[in-house]
Design a protein around this ligand. Sequence first.
Ligand code: SF4
Length: 324
Amino acid sequence: MTTLIKERAKSLNTFSKTNLAEEILRLKKEKNAIILAHYYQEPAIQEIADFVGDSLGLSQQAASTDADIIVFAGVHFMAETAKIINPKKRVLLPDLNASCSLAESCPPDLFREFIDKHPGHTVITYVNCSAEIKAMSDIVCTSSNAEKVVASVPLGTPIIFAPDKNLGAYIMHKTGREMLLWDGVCIVHEAFAIDKILKLHQKYPQAQFIAHPESNPEILKIASYIGSTTGMINHVKTDSGKEFIVATEAGILYKMQQEVPEKVLIPAPAKEDNTCACSECAFMKMNTMEKLYLCLKNETPEIHVSDEIREKAIIPIERMLNLS
Ligand code: SF4
């Protein structure tokens, strides 16, 4: 065992007698820190977060906070976006390996080549990408505002949309705009199994099937509502339906059930055999309460973005925030 692991184990061991959540809250206050958590985080993290939301809501919170430290309980591109918006603040991520299949599908050198091959295009990138990719973009979007962002591009201007081909195809369908799509997918939303969903629907014939637009087209075709995580939560709150089959990362069910305790929420099944019959993002679940505590205590791992990349990446992010 390395010294560092031993120290961490000792630290957690001592600490296990006390309440992890209370200690995180104490440290947060002492350090004037804020915890921003994505809906896909485990319930214990959502409970102690100052704000729980989707990528757009989290970016907006990051832009308005006066905390000295932002602890981002989410994945790397989200923490990086918070750092780009707040260069003077320290931004921490409990596990630096918490990546995203969409961000990884779009390496900067290949994306540069793609843009150069298609001159004259407006480059719209889904927020699930690295700072380098954002720095090559004209405007960023989230699943909440992608339609609005695409509609803001003057008619007749060709568009590149990256990295999510499923979201891109859905927005093309919604707006009627042709776009050149990068070939990236979310491994979680790609994994939903249409045959299992249809079978589940036979068991719950009254249930509405609702889906995130990162899901593939055959899944979206059978959905009665398609929207961002926040959109899905609002839908189950305002719709008169009593049962919903929900196709997005299963972490959302915690917040959703709090909002509609009287309704039945069923996670959509994935293709692989899985014990919980639902989809979980392994990247999102790399964050744990223990790592969150250690991150706040030791003020590491920290996110860094070079000035050169930041100065370019902030422009398309601000364009998106202004449009939202
Ligand atoms: S759920 Fe998909 S899009 Fe979201 S972080 Fe995980 S891999 Fe990326």
